[in-house]
Ligand binder design. Sequence first.
Ligand code: IPE
Ligand code: IPE
Ligand code: MG
Length: 233
Amino acid sequence: MEDILEHSSLPTHLAFIMDGNGRWAQKRGLPRIAGHQRGVRAAKIVLQSAMKYRIKYITLYAFSTENFNRPQSEVTFLMNLFRRSIKKYFKFFTKNDVKFRAIGDTSKLPDDLQQAILKLQQKTADASSLVVNVALNYGARDEIVHAVQQLLDSKKDHVSWQDIRDNLYTASTPDPDMIVRTSGEYRLSNFLLLQAAYSELYFLKTYWPDVTEQTFIDIIQEFQKRDRRMGRI
Ligand code: IPE
Ligand code: IPE
Ligand code: MG
């Protein structure tokens, strides 16, 4: 499937709403947490595919501000899974020149997870083959509030779009060319609302743990069929 690489339009940035872990597990009579475990594997496949097909930026929605409203046991499991996954894939990032960044209000995450995030961010700060943003306690509305507060603190009396952009969690990342949501839900669930202004949207029936390299190829082929007019004719 090398032909997708020869096509003139490869997306620069793909963002994923990794949904359907719970239903993937329930369908198999497994606890929801088994779906989250398999979800980490799917995320790794996506990152490997991104390297193979030369996509520069990947953003993964792993935990929303609203996900704190889930049962305590699931939240705790997820926080531990994130910490363990950062440890498990530490070498994957450093060896492959992949830059890791957490986006969202990470100050509300458990201390040990915050430390793991900081360590991986520091170790991969200069990596540039692929940039991976992982949205952890991310909410677009929280991001907007955070940006406005920073602008107020800076005492600016005139604000441009560039100023707002520079104060979003995604400041140094170009807007996503395409946002992909798995699991057959057709909504953004507070993900990248401002950055999505001109993103292509793609909704797949596949549950997140079932995502493969072929899914990734299908996504790029779908992107290559889209006509992005950006307001022009
Ligand atoms: C997405 O899968 C992962 C997170 C939100 C952490 P879900 O846990 O939302 O799975 P479903 O939607 O209940 O199937
Ligand atoms: C969106 O999925 C958040 C993540 C994938 C991390 P949810 O499962 O939380 O979204 P809703 O509740 O179905 O809108
Ligand atoms: Mg869900």
